[in-house]
Write a new protein. Structure first.
Length: 145
């Protein structure tokens, strides 16, 4: 590891949230650090433990010595270990479950709907519009027409 090196700060992972998100966040932060090409892989692997806490840190500590050949291998093992914490992949069908609450202002519903929509890969605009229109309360949509 380079001398006088400090890892970028990142929220510690404890095993209860999506491991893919943690790995992606770690990779992004480490891209901002200037590391010599020859030491990048080792630094990525060694530094990963500093972003873990609780059961996730215990898992990392218990890895057999010299069992990790690359960060890709480490991250695959990590995601595999904490797979039960992965977020369920959302589909366009998920949008039809987002209903406007009775007293919820249209602006609030739109914000909630959009937050869910951006989490759906390859969601078509016509599908989103259809789900949005079906889920709005009749009083809100009729007064806005």
């Amino acid at each position: 590891m380079p001398r006088k090196f400090s890892f970028p700060s990142i929220k510690a992972y404890n095993g209860t949230t999506d491991p893919d998100n943690h790995v992606a966040q770690y990779r992004q932060r480490m891209l901002t650090v200037a590391l010599p090409k020859g030491s990048r892989e080792a630094t990525m692997c060694k530094g990963f433990g500093s972003t873990l806490t609780g059961p996730a840190l215990q898992w990392y500590i218990n890895l057999p010595s010299r069992s990790i050949a690359s960060f890709a291998f480490l991250s695959n093992k990590f995601v595999e270990q904490f797979a039960s914490s992965k977020d369920l992949e959302k589909t366009s069908d998920s949008l039809s479950e987002i209903l406007q609450h009775r007293a919820e202002p249209l602006r609030g519903y739109i914000a909630r709907f959009n937050q869910e929509k951006v989490a759906i890969p390859e969601c078509s605009i016509p599908t989103a519009i259809s789900a949005f229109n079906r889920a709005c309360s009749p009083t809100e949509t009729s007064t806005k027409s």
